[in-house]
Design a protein around this ligand. Sequence first.
Ligand code: ADP
Ligand code: MG
Length: 240
Amino acid sequence: MLKTVGISKSFSGVPAADDVSLSLQAGERVGVIGPNGAGKSTLLGLLLGTVLPDRGQILLDGDDVTRLSPHQRVSGGIARAAQIPMTFHRLSVSDNVRVPAVHGAGLRGREAVEWVDEVLEMCGLAASAKVAAGQLGLLSRKRLELAKAIATRPKVLLLDEVAAGLTEPEIETIIHMVETLSEGRAIMWVEHIPFALRSVCERLIVMDKGRKILDGPFAHVWDDPVLQEIYMGVPDDNLS
Ligand SMILES: Nc1ncnc2c1ncn2[C@@H]1O[C@H](COP(=O)(O)OP(=O)(O)O)[C@@H](O)[C@H]1O
Ligand SMILES: [Mg+2]
């Protein structure tokens, strides 16, 4: 459904994506790990269109979307929950979700209102609908970032560290939400928390220095000695 063919992107001569080819099937749930600076966020940015590649192609349902804007790709069914949330702090939670419901999913009037309510319910934000987004704590900000992505009704949901910085019970909440939200759609989930990825994803991609190093069934990739090598020097509890 979504496919990249040899995409590359350098920043000031340093490769953040280096000849990355991958494909994501409808309904597939793929985890992405790799050290800081490996190019994970860049990869999601390339898929969404906030980052344009120096080389290579991106295909959505067989159509070349490489030069399409993020807005055009959202209309085509791609959405991302960003690592650094972009919320309108003074707007209510519900108005923040209305923006992608209208401009991403293309809904109007009552249909938009009902869909926003449904999304808030799914994301555990119904009680905070009227609260200004700037007043939210971290877990609710993460919920809102997911809600905004889902509001566009994507076929492919890209998640960038939506569980980072949370406590273990909060991470469990996010895992449960991602499981629910991934029903009927493909997800690509970048996260440093192995147990979160393991409970949701059947496939795992490992990135390092802009390159896709490993890609395959979760357990298979997890046991690959190359993965341990990449993480050498990283405290054990980040990997267990
Ligand atoms: N907008 C940008 N401008 C300059 N350098 C960038 C930009 N985005 C990412 N980079 C660089 O690209 C590399 C990969 O970054 P990133 O994709 O954010 O990695 P990750 O998400 O895996 O931590 C890093 O070296 C980072 O500094
Ligand atoms: Mg990142």
